[in-house]
Each structure stands twice: as C-alpha cells, then as structure tokens.
Design a protein around this ligand. Sequence first.
Ligand SMILES: Cc1ncc(COP(=O)(O)O)c(C=O)c1O
Length: 382
Amino acid sequence: MIPLAVPEIRGNEWKYVKECLDTNWVSSVGSYVDRFEQMVAARAGTKYAVATVNGTAALHIALILAGVDADDEVLVSSLTFIAPANAIRYVGAWPVFIDAEPHYWQLDPDQVVDFLEKGCDWDGTTLRNRRTGRRIKALLPVHILGHPADLDPMLAVAGKYSIPVIEDATEGLGALYRGRSVGGIGHMGCFSFNGNKILTTGGGGMLVTNDAAWAARAKYLTTQAKDDPIEYVHNAIGYNYRLTNVLAALGCAQMEQLDAFAAAKRRTAKRYRASLASVPGIQLPQEAVWAFSTYWMYTVLIDEKRSRMSSRELLRELAGRKIQARPLWQPIHRSSAHPGPGYSCPNADAICARALSLPCSVGLTDSDQDRVIEAISSLLGS
Ligand SMILES: Cc1ncc(COP(=O)(O)O)c(C=O)c1O
C-alpha cells in the first residue's frame, strides 16, 4: 500500500529520545521542551511558544486566553477538520461557520468581512451577531492543507472591532503568508504535530504568541494551574495539557528537518502538477501569489461531469490498486455535532464532494509517485 501521509524519521530523533531515556528526563519538564518551544517560536516569528499535548488543546487554551466565554460566538471555517469547532464548544461558545473561497479553498475573507460589517451590530465596545444577539469574541481562520488563508482583510476587520485573531495553523507549519510564517501573524497561533502533519511528535501541539501575559497564562493553564511550586495550591481550573520531554525531543529533531520536509512536499506537488495537469476533469491545487504553500496535503478536485468517475469512485479504484487516497472533511456546518441555524457554505460543499487527497508523504519515492500518477491517468483517461 502506498500510504497517504506517514511520518519521516531520518534525523536526530533516536539520539535525542535516547538522551531523554538515558537521563531520566521523560516527563513534562526538560530541556527538550524548552528547546522545542524556542525552535517553533523562532520559526513562527513570535516571542513565545508553549508546548501542548496536541493542537486541539492549544486551540482550547487560545480561546480561553482570548476571553471567549459561554454563549459567545467565534467565526471559523466550515471546510476544516472538526477540531477548531469542537474547541469553541469546549468553552461553551458557538461556532459561526463561514464558507471557503473557491480558488485556494481557504476561509473566505470577503464573507468574514461581510458578516462582521453587515450581519452584526457594533455599539462602540461590543460586536453582536444581529440574528442571535450573541457577542462575537474571536476570529479563528484555519489555514488548510499547508496553504495560508488570506489574512490581511480579516486582520483589518478584526482590528476595527477589537476581536482577537487565533490562527489555526495546525496544517500550516512551514507555510508563509506574504513572507511571514503562518501562526505568527494573528494574536495567537496553534500548531499540531500529530502523525500525519508535516512533522510529528506522534501527538503534540504548540501555542505561539507575542503577548507575554498570554504566554505565561498558557503555561499556567496547561500545567494544572499550579500556584505554588511545592504546596498543591491551585487558584484556577487548569488542564493537564503539557507535552512530554520525550515527545519534545522528537519534535526538536523533526524541526531541524522542516525545510527539507517542505522542499520534499513541494517537489511532490510539482511532479503531480507536471503529470496530472492534462488529465480530464481534474483540478489541481493552486498557490496564491502571496503564498508559500508546503502542500502539506496534496488534494485535487474531480469534476464528475468532465471525468470518467467521481472522487469517491476514484478513491475506491485507487484502494484496489493499493494506493491510499482520502476525501476532505465533511464541512462542519453539516455535522450533527454542531447543529446550527442552517448555515449555507456552498463552496465548502462543492469542494468536499469533489476532493481527494493523494499520497504525499515526505518520503514518497519517485517510483511510488509514478505509480499513483499512472493509475490516475489511466483511470481518468488521459
Ligand atoms: C485544521 C486542524 N485543526 C486542529 C487539529 C487538531 O490537532 P491535533 O490532532 O494535534 O489535536 C488538526 C489536526 O489534527 C487540524 O487539521
């Protein structure tokens, strides 16, 4: 089986993890946690980074820091993995689902601006959704598939209404928006290092920010809100969300290879583009002029009307040829876990119906990629 996306362990991973085991520094403090945080902060271009047990935990903490409370609302992409919407519910707030734009499949900045300007009321201090009367407390754009969302218009409108922007950059490590690292552009950013991400710690996450108070509070909340180093005194409800030193050691070794990993992904994308562009009915991912995409996931759209088969039929045919492909996520406005007031996100629906992600592991060999290309070309008839 040619897998969709598997980890690449080829650097100092064994060495650093062995050092943790040899020195007995295996738990949630240790030099690798500090080093991993410094490496990610340096990469994101932020002053601070706080490691977490996973990306969802980082999002949860970011929402708490942003002051999002029960019955507030947060604008979020519909076309994304479900974790950011779930994190919004963890704090008792409600997601407002915004559609994707059709070019790069990211959160549509025009619709964000439109909703905030025309669908909300501003009394000089508070912005309220006119329909629900609830306060809009944060904007949570998700950079999907390794390509940045168009942040500038969103940052401008969020600034106008003093709404913090939390970037879900869990799929975006290594990607640039107008030359700046995603995750480090908004008020806070969150990364994930789960097994299918561009680099992995098995499971892990990171919250980045330039705000010293938020960073300190994030460290406090992720370590059970311990107020006394010796006595068990806690003055807030905290979480056991810290990353272990062993996993941070893996993360340091992986971070050393981030540029090489991104280069490998971009090379894979280039080879797919050169070979699949002429296949009838296939739409390949685009890179905006303002973007540097890592092509973390290489996702294509299959237009059933112009192609011999649908994306799901192609998925099954590829599986029969021992090639793993995957659809994108059910747009979250359609999830029964998030019943809403009947959001309309037609672009997210259309992209989801046609999307298929192709094998794109960092270590994908040319011959395996050629096998994928040949299978798709013969199945779709070029
Ligand atoms: C867009 C998005 N947000 C959040 C997450 C959550 O990250 P984690 O799995 O590390 O909790 C993921 C990935 O898993 C993701 O793809």
